[in-house]
Design a protein around this ligand. Structure first.
Ligand code: SF4
Length: 333
């Protein structure tokens, strides 16, 4: 495996990087030297993209695959049958504030509504974070709930993006969970390594690596251009310090619905120390229908991917279904 030289990476303060975030389309268009139709009406889900991520986009290319993931478009405002606000019906799996419990052995805690980037296909873009963010008082109820469900042995920290929290808040949450003897694994789902990779600071990784629980970071990368030398450096370092790294990808029309692109992504992930884990078909969330590809196309891409990659680099092709207590494999035959 190739290693990125430490000398190439200047250690940066992630909070400063996060402050350097673009929040309006015209500014972004100017930076990328593209033309936008500003007469169009957009959804209420705002543009938010750190400059770190913008720098990975190709100037002058309005169809850049990273740009298409974050740029608000008119297509989002078109209502399409079957595309709804809560495609996974998480509200019905929400037994107490701050907990989503769908799978037997694990619970998901949406601990923050904040993200470092707003992804246009996000299935939680309509999620009521206000109703679900736990206050300090709610934590005891959440802990009681987990203790009462003795078969829960894994906690998934999600959001929003859990790594958008400060170390102080994150470490406090880790401590609360580590105090529960039944919890064996803590998993964090994050898009941070592609947008603000320096968030994987030494302090953060040391804290995670010293946990009495197994710690897994699941990153969400969709396209090989998201993983540059800097992302690779921080991911490799986390892996070398003992963190298990997995990736999940969403199949997105005009962005990564091609076996060559996914094969390249998997190869880059492997170089960065990350194993491909899931390849998701899109959750049918309102505003994202233009990203959807049907199962036939997904299966066709998947067969090609199987022929291109080593078996351990081929993620499972799955769909999340609201009424199923597991990710549902897509039928390949
Ligand atoms: S939760 Fe994840 S997919 Fe959704 S906007 Fe935030 S970073 Fe993007």
């Amino acid at each position: 495996m190739s290693n990125v030289s430490n000398n190439l990476i200047v250690q940066k303060d992630w909070k400063q990087s996060f402050a350097n975030t673009v929040q309006d389309s015209q500014t972004l268009a100017d930076i990328l030297q593209i033309k936008l139709d500003t007469s169009q009406k957009f959804s209420n889900f705002p543009l938010k993209v750190p400059m770190n991520f913008v720098k990975k986009m190709q100037k002058g290319n309005p169809n850049d695959p990273l740009l298409l993931q974050i740029l608000p478009t008119f297509a989002e405002t078109i209502q399409v049958a079957g595309f709804v606000n809560d495609p996974l019906q998480e509200q019905s799996a929400n037994p107490t504030k701050g907990i989503i419990h769908k799978y037997q052995s694990r619970v998901l805690l949406p601990i923050t509504g904040a993200c470092m980037v707003n992804c246009r296909y996000c299935f939680r873009q309509h999620f009521d974070y206000h109703e679900n963010l736990p206050s300090q008082d709610d934590w005891q109820t959440m802990i009681d709930y987990i203790v009462k469900h003795a078969d829960v042995n894994e906690v998934i920290l999600s959001g929003g993006d859990p790594l958008s929290l400060s170390d102080r808040r994150l470490f406090d949450i880790l401590q609360k969970l580590e105090n529960l003897p039944q919890i064996k694994t803590i998993r964090l789902h994050t898009r941070v390594p592609m947008v603000i990779p320096e968030r994987l600071s030494i302090e953060l990784i040391e804290r995670l690596a010293s946990s009495r629980c197994q710690v897994v970071i699941v990153i969400h990368a969709n396209h090989p251009n998201e993983i540059d030398e800097e992302s690779c450096f921080y991911l490799q370092r986390a892996k070398n310090m003992g963190i298990t790294l997995l990736n999940q990808t969403v199949l997105l029309k005009n962005i990564n619905n091609h076996a060559d692109i996914l094969a390249k992504l998997n190869e880059k992930l492997w170089q960065a120390g990350v194993l491909p884990y899931y390849l998701h078909v899109l959750d049918k969330v309102a505003g994202a229908s233009h990203f959807y590809i049907d199962d036939d196309e997904a299966v066709n891409i998947y067969w090609q991917l199987l022929a291109k990659c080593s078996g351990y680099l081929v993620p499972k092709l799955v769909r999340e279904m609201p009424d199923k207590p597991f990710k549902t494999p897509i039928d390949l035959y």
